[in-house]
Design a protein. Structure first.
Length: 174
């Protein structure tokens, strides 16, 4: 799931990340104020994709337990419905740094914090909505007119149905 050295800084121009579909297996990712720029070559064609932050579901934190050393690895990424557009923000073994970065990126990008387990993301700390029950309504009260309309008289349906045919308009523009 995690690959060692999957991100490298390229002289401040962006991060080189692993991309299985790109030529050479690499892509360059830049996080700007407006969104994320992803540059890669696919079958010899250079492409640059600009993805606004609003297109992302949130900032996801994934924890990979270490099998032997006992130190877990934390991976922070921008979660997207399309796996090709997911962006790795950082990968660390320090839980405090991961939590601080998670809070920082979530606040700066105005995106919710998500927890990632087995590729599935779910909101953290969000209250789950309770089951909504249908409200009982008093049928007798529901059929009554509202109080402000009860002061007004009702219109006459017979009078509204009068149609004058074969007559000319009163206002003439000739």
């Amino acid at each position: 799931m995690f690959e060692r050295h999957s991100t490298q800084d390229r002289n401040g121009c962006g991060q080189i990340q692993h991309d299985s579909r790109a030529d050479g297996g690499r892509r360059v990712v830049r996080v700007t104020r407006a969104g994320v720029l992803i540059e890669r070559r696919l079958k010899g064609v250079s492409m640059r994709i600009s993805v606004p932050f609003t297109a992302y579901q949130g900032v996801a934190l994934a924890v990979e337990p270490a099998p032997s050393s006992g130190v877990a690895a934390y991976r922070l990424s921008l979660a997207h419905a399309d796996p090709d557009l997911e962006v790795l923000l950082c990968e660390t073994k320090d839980s405090g740094a991961a939590a601080a970065d998670w809070k920082y990126w979530s606040f700066c990008l105005d995106l919710p914090r998500l927890a990632s387990e087995n590729g599935e993301v779910s909101p953290v700390g969000a209250a789950k909505p309770a089951q909504i029950f249908a409200r009982r309504r008093n049928v007798a009260v529901a059929k009554r007119r509202p109080r402000f309309l009860s002061r007004r008289s009702r219109g006459e349906l017979a009078r509204a149905a009068e149609v004058f045919s074969g007559e000319r308009e009163i206002v003439c523009y000739e």
